[in-house]
Write a protein that binds this ligand. Structure first.
Ligand SMILES: Nc1ncnc2c1ncn2[C@@H]1O[C@H](COP(=O)(O)OP(=O)(O)O)[C@@H](O)[C@H]1O
Ligand SMILES: [Mg+2]
Length: 628
């Protein structure tokens, strides 16, 4: 159930209409080039090395030609070869020519190896650097997008873009542009050399090349399309996998392993079929090229032998040309396979850039007033809120005023908008209507970082990172000393159980912190809040996931934590709100009433929310000013 829901969300993100239309357009290339700017010198170096490979390729069959013509045959050694500074003994000796040919062969091979070694190392470095930089930039940006963008896209989709789409930038340059460039250069150079030896054979090559290009272009379109489909299926299979594993408890509890298996297998099977279809298109294309090349080679063979018989070409030249004919299509083959690959890299990059183009929705006001510590006075003025534009109203016209240091309880049935209310306080979202003020200043006037520095938040499900216990507590303030961490833990009633852990404060807390109980994790989160001493405190159902005895420990810690701060505490168990100064009663996004004791709130809730017969039309805006 969970997984299907997630998969649908994931697919919805893939179907955003913007992604299909602007693939491979010049603006994308411009953006890619801008991201790759720090690597331009490296890329230029790689291109240069690749261009050097052309003369290497051309020289490779040369020793054979010279050996056949000048050592076996009667031709003199080429003049340029005689001019090289060989030891005079070699030129005189009977087998001197042969030794020279062998030396030449080794020298060319060594140069070739050196060239590929250099270009290999430089390509690897550059490719990795490109990916490293780009991923870093994507994560930087993703973390600064507003939560509503994350709600819409989903964590899996964003992670996929960073992890699997970003490396396409490396493919684009190193497996795409550079080989295509050097192949084109090699092709032209080979054609020119062949032309000098036999214009007829050269013209066969020249005639065939446009045919190959047309084939390449036609195949690229269908390959690209299929490749996109494979990517999407791959990503949605990943989503199922990820959810099945991260929600394993739920899967096991509901005995839905077989369902998740089937879901994954179905996605995975589809992907497999697509991949095979993609391969068959590519393979078909390869066969076609191979066939064309073979025909051309056969024609060249016949023509070459004829020319040698007519003595318009030497045997060595014939061998050289045939060697080129065998290699001539290599560059064309490279180009024809690289072009579709380039397209799929472009598709991936488009997806990655789509993330980069999401503008952070909560832009800081350029002239944001800087205030380091607020007093903690909070006012909601006619606040309404919808998560999606035009969607259902989650909060309706809410107004209240909280003096510094007040403890405010928030109660109401689940889904009534309690969490949403406090999410607006930290500007995780902005109200659709109305305004929220802290110390009389609109939230939007504050610098976002400053604003969030005013809050400590303890949620129902504490978020722990995979580091040590101490590291998790110090997440609020990485500079905190061990003594400060211990003091915070003591205040949070966490010190004792931490001491009992195998490595105390240095015990690693794994992903999801399965080794700690819910109550223990919650107390770590509270210790974290103690460390970050802030004027405002938000507690969103901090005890609803723990048993009653643990609740006692946590409430004790929370009592200390709330002292001297303005605190908003959302609670299911009304008993935990006994020491609140005021209780907001929410229902269906409307502020029903504000009571000064939890008993009144309880009475109100009992009276209204039992049966769903509460008249939701009557309550208008409620503005209550509280004087203690
Ligand atoms: N990120 C979100 N996107 C869209 N709707 C949401 C989101 N979070 C909550 N909602 C909806 O807003 C309503 C209020 O949710 P919430 O504030 O979490 O309620 P409570 O905390 O009182 O249980 C619910 O109907 C919920 O479905
Ligand atoms: Mg909630």
């Amino acid at each position: 159930m969970l997984a299907t829901l997630g998969a649908q969300q994931g697919n919805a993100a893939f179907m955003d209409p913007s992604r299909t239309k602007q693939r491979g357009n010049p603006s994308l290339i411009r953006k890619v080039l801008r991201v790759a700017r720090p690597c331009w010198p490296h890329l230029a170096g790689i291109s240069l090395l690749c261009l050097l490979s052309t003369p290497m390729t051309l020289l490779a069959p040369l020793p054979l030609k010279i050996a056949v013509d000048s050592v076996l045959g009667t031709h003199a050694l080429p003049v340029w070869l005689q001019r090289l500074p060989w030891p005079p003994r070699w030129l005189m000796a009977a087998n001197g020519g042969l030794v020279i040919c062998a030396t030449l062969l080794v020298a060319i091979a060594v140069l070739n190896c050196l060239q590929s070694l250099l270009s290999w190392l430089l390509s690897t470095y550059t490719g990795e650097k490109l990916v490293h930089d780009f991923r870093g930039q994507l994560l930087f940006h993703a973390q600064r997008l507003s939560l509503s963008v994350h709600d819409r896209r989903g964590a899996n989709d964003i992670a996929y873009r960073i992890q699997y789409d970003a490396p396409a930038i490396q493919n684009l340059f190193l497996q795409g542009m550079v080989p295509i460039l050097s192949s084109a250069f090699t092709f032209v150079a080979m054609l020119a050399v062949t032309m000098r030896m036999s214009w007829r054979i050269a013209s066969i090559a020249a005639i065939l090349s446009p045919v190959l290009f047309v084939l390449a272009r036609n195949s690229s379109r269908s390959v690209r399309q299929r490749y996109d489909e494979v990517r999407e299926l791959d990503s949605s299979a990943m989503l199922v996998l990820h959810e099945a594993l991260s929600c394993l408890r739920a899967v096991k509890a509901f005995g839905q392993e077989a369902y998740e298996d089937e879901l994954f297998r179905r996605k995975s099977r589809q992907r497999m079929a697509e991949q095979v279809r993609l391969a068959s298109i590519q393979a078909g294309f390869h066969v076609l090229i191979g066939f064309c090349v073979a025909i051309a080679a056969a024609v060249a063979l016949v023509m070459g032998v004829t020319e040698v018989r007519q003595q318009t070409m030497t045997v060595g030249e014939f061998l050289l040309v045939m060697a080129y004919m065998a290699q001539l299509y290599e560059p064309l083959r490279t180009i024809s396979t690289k072009v579709p690959e380039l397209q799929s890299s472009m598709a991936s990059l488009h997806r990655a850039f789509a993330l980069l183009e999401e503008t952070p929705e909560l832009e800081d006001k350029p002239m944001a007033a800087k205030r380091l510590r607020t007093r903690g006075e909070v006012e909601f003025r006619n606040v309404s809120f919808q998560y999606t534009a035009g969607g259902r109203s989650v909060l309706n016209n809410i107004s209240f005023h909280v003096r510094p240091g007040m403890r405010v309880g928030v109660v109401g049935p689940s889904g009534s908008g309690k969490s949403t209310l406090v999410n607006l306080l930290t500007r995780f979202y902005d109200p659709t209507d109305g305004s929220i003020l802290i110390d009389g200043t609109d939230l939007r006037e504050y610098n976002l970082t400053d604003l969030r520095q005013q809050f400590s938040i303890v949620l129902q499900e504490p978020m722990l990172f995979s580091t040590t216990v101490a590291g998790n507590i110090a997440y609020a303030d990485p500079q905190a000393s061990r003594a400060e961490v211990v003091r915070a833990s003591k205040l949070a009633n966490a010190h004792e159980f931490i001491e009992r852990l195998p490595q105390g404060y240095d015990t690693p807390v794994g992903e999801g912190a399965a080794a700690l109980s819910g109550g223990e994790r919650q107390r770590l989160a509270i210790a974290r809040a103690f460390l970050k001493s802030t004027p405002l405190l938000i507690l969103d159902e901090p005890t609803s996931a723990v048993d009653l005895r643990t609740e006692q420990l946590i409430m004790e810690a929370l009592d200390k934590l709330m002292a001297g701060r303005t605190a908003f505490m959302i609670a299911h168990r009304l008993s935990t709100l006994e020491r609140c100064d005021a209780v907001l009663v929410l229902q269906n996004g409307s502020l029903q009433t504000i009571t000064s004791t939890v008993d009144d709130a309880k009475r109100h809730l009992l009276a209204t929310s039992g049966p769903r017969s509460v008249d939701m039309q009557t309550p208008g805006p409620v503005l209550v000013r509280y004087e203690k």
